[in-house]
Design a protein around this ligand. Structure first.
Ligand SMILES: NC(=O)c1ccc[n+]([C@@H]2O[C@H](COP(=O)([O-])OP(=O)(O)OC[C@H]3O[C@@H](n4cnc5c(N)ncnc54)[C@H](O)[C@@H]3O)[C@@H](O)[C@H]2O)c1
Length: 269
């Protein structure tokens, strides 16, 4: 596949979309932006809901690839997750199939495997083929998205890299995030690798920087050509001084998904 140049970025108004809008053009991409909300400072962005299959057909026309970030990014009632994340992702894949888009990068999440116990000292890193154990309806929708991606590869030859993103924010803000942090610059490196690696079929990768306190195995991401350059460790001393080490007896600290397992934050809209 020739390197993609024009990429549809869904969820462009969101936190990660805003970071990637700033960083991905440096890799030579022309971005077409889509979100259900207006994208600040981007009058050409497409304002459309993932429920609108006709709008998605139009949005994917002529793009080389899609980075799919749009959707509910926290826990919500099942009916809302169903519409935005499950049906919405299906609509996007259908539009891609109809219009001949061959590569999608799907924003999956650590919450697809959130009920997996986190490694303790000396335990092996969590492999990418660990059984999925969603911690919320949100995580369940990401698990569905990965299966949908597999189906569209097996049946229709659409390639996907499903990136189980840890926490992509400018800085880690919790002790848990020291293990899961994906710096924005490494996020752009990883998306670029996912867009350009040859013959990915459907590949699942974990999305983190090269953190000293990493919980999961980055080898499938590295196999795409991803070379993370950042590490959360410089933030560790201050965060641990403020918040303490993760308490092994606290159920909110026992699993990969952290407090999503016990007390997930709720989507506000
Ligand atoms: N930021 C992270 O660290 C992180 C971690 C794991 C997974 N993810 C995933 O990455 C993606 C982006 O995350 P984020 O932190 O930027 O979330 P966000 O909530 O800031 O952004 C999501 C965007 O999707 C849009 N959206 C929601 N429903 C839509 C619909 N029906 N149609 C069109 N657009 C819709 C929202 O308006 C919003 O701008 C999400 O899919 C999220 O689940 C992010």
């Amino acid at each position: 596949m020739p390197a993609p140049r024009t990429v549809l970025l869904t969820g462009a108004a969101g936190g990660l979309g805003t970071l990637m809008r700033g960083l991905l053009p440096e890799y030579g991409y022309t971005l077409r932006l889509l979100d259900v909300r207006p994208v600040e400072g981007e009058p050409d962005a497409i304002t459309a809901d993932l429920a609108d299959l006709d709008a998605l057909r139009e949005a994917v026309r002529g793009v080389d690839a899609i980075i799919h970030l749009a959707g509910i990014s926290l826990e919500a009632p099942f009916e809302k997750i169903l519409k935005a994340n499950i049906e919405g992702t299906y609509h996007l894949y259908e539009a891609a199939r109809e219009k001949g888009v061959r590569r999608i990068v799907f924003a999956s999440s650590n919450h697809a495997v959130g009920c997996t116990p986190r490694p303790r000292d000396g335990d092996p890193l969590i492999p990418v083929d660990t059984p999925r154990r969603p911690d919320t309806f949100y995580g369940l929708s990401k698990s569905f998205g990965e299966d949908l991606a597999q189906l569209y590869w097996d049946k229709h030859g659409i390639e996907t890299v499903s990136v189980r993103i840890g926490s992509c924010f400018p800085e880690p803000t919790s002790v848990r995030m020291l293990s899961l942090w994906l710096s924005p610059a490494d996020g752009a490196r990883l998306f670029h690798a996912a867009l350009t690696a040859p013959d990915v079929g459907h590949t699942v990768v974990y999305g983190s920087s090269a953190n000293t306190r990493l919980w999961w195995d980055l080898s499938t991401a590295r196999a795409l050509g991803y070379e993370p350059r950042d590490d959360s460790e410089p933030y560790a001393a201050q965060l641990i001084a403020e918040q303490g080490e993760l308490d092994p007896d606290d159920p909110a600290h026992a699993c990969l998904g952290g407090h999503f397992v016990t007390d997930p934050p709720i989507w506000p809209h």
